[in-house]
Write a protein that binds this ligand. Structure first.
Ligand SMILES: Nc1nc2c(ncn2[C@@H]2O[C@H](COP(=O)(O)OP(=O)(O)OP(=O)(O)O)[C@@H](O)[C@H]2O)c(=O)[nH]1
Ligand SMILES: [Mg+2]
Length: 309
């Protein structure tokens, strides 16, 4: 396939086209994924998440600038919860402002998460696979840490950055969203604002109270992403985490877990789709449970037994 060849050669229009096909679930997208399956896995995947407005895009831009100065071709996927045209497009503008990045083969793609029926994480990682095959390394995935499916996207990265800022109640918000436990590195951004030292203490004491502290204690790095301050430290922390994964032998275990979650996610989505395609079945069960004739668990078992193929 010509498109596949061009993609592997790193041609930008081929990359954009391949991503669109994959994102839309087009059969040719599937062919591409099959064509690249053997070479995927070279790119390091960095997840960036955190509450809205914490500075994720600014940080991603600053990291990308540094990385591209060092000769890396960075791939970025910005998952926007509402629209494919706002977050990612803004991030694109920001990055294009940096001269170094403009030349160094940075590729940015924004994806909308609205309307996805549980398939956001698998699709996003398929797009990451395409960037990987095109030679982008690292691939950065930015999602707002607000919804379960957005969090699932970054959870599957090799290193997860959780970006917080001193604005009121950020750590509380993040706790609610369940993103605190997936952090490999905490980035305390907007360190120029009041309250940054207090938030740093809060995070450290939360880390002290962990019930099952693993061998890796997530460092807390303070940044002023807008000015590029502390960005080198974030990169160093990522590098240390990567080294930790390598030396502790968890690198492959983590990728294995990512792969298994991706498969199970797709199985889930497929079952739900089939059930719903049947139309009446699910509604009948809803009625039965509401009427007290069935328990939800029995209803689910009955639906699974009669799953349309
Ligand atoms: N004071 C200060 N402002 C910052 C800093 N970093 C980013 N900002 C500003 O914070 C605002 C939000 O930054 P973004 O990078 O868009 O934040 P985000 O987390 O990507 O936001 P969403 O994608 O909308 O959730 C922008 O106005 C930035 O200019 C910083 O270090 N200090
Ligand atoms: Mg953003």
């Amino acid at each position: 396939m010509r498109l596949l060849q061009d993609l592997l050669a790193g041609h930008v229009p081929a990359l954009a086209r391949a991503i669109t096909l994959v994102e839309n679930g087009h059969p040719r997208g599937q062919e591409i994924l099959e064509g690249i399956a053997r070479i995927v896995g070279r790119a390091y995947r960095i997840g960036v998440t955190g509450p809205p407005g914490a500075g994720k895009s600014t940080l991603t831009g600053a990291l990308t600038e540094r990385l591209s100065r060092a000769g890396k071709g960075v791939g970025i996927i910005a998952v926007d919860p509402s629209s494919p045209f706002t977050g990612g497009a803004l991030l694109g503008d920001r990055i294009r402002m940096h001269e170094a990045a403009a030349h160094a083969g940075v590729f940015i793609r924004s994806m909308a998460s609205r309307g996805e029926l549980g398939g956001l994480a698998p699709t996003t990682h398929e797009v990451a696979d395409v960037l990987d095959a095109a030679g982008k390394d690292p691939v950065i995935l930015e999602t707002v840490g607000a919804g379960q499916s957005e969090v699932e996207v970054v959870r599957a990265a090799d290193t997860v950055l959780v970006v917080l800022c001193p604005e009121s109640g950020d750590s509380v918000q993040a706790l609610k969203a369940g993103i605190m436990e997936i952090a490999d590195v905490y980035v305390l951004n907007k360190a120029d604002r009041e309250g940054a030292p207090r938030l740093a203490v809060e995070i450290e004491s939360m880390l002290d109270c962990r019930i099952n502290p693993g061998p890796w204690r997530p460092p807390v790095v303070q940044t002023i992403a807008r000015d590029g301050n502390g960005v080198g430290e974030v990169l160093a922390a990522i590098e240390r985490h990567r080294e930790h994964l390598r030396t502790s032998g968890t690198f492959h275990a983590r990728r294995r877990e990512r792969t298994r979650r991706r498969i199970l996610h797709l199985v889930n989505a497929a079952i739900t789709e089939r059930l719903l395609s049947d139309g009446r079945g699910v509604e009948t069960m809803v009625e039965a449970v509401l009427a007290g004739e069935q328990t939800p668990r029995r209803a689910a078992a009955a639906l699974l037994r009669e799953l349309p193929s």
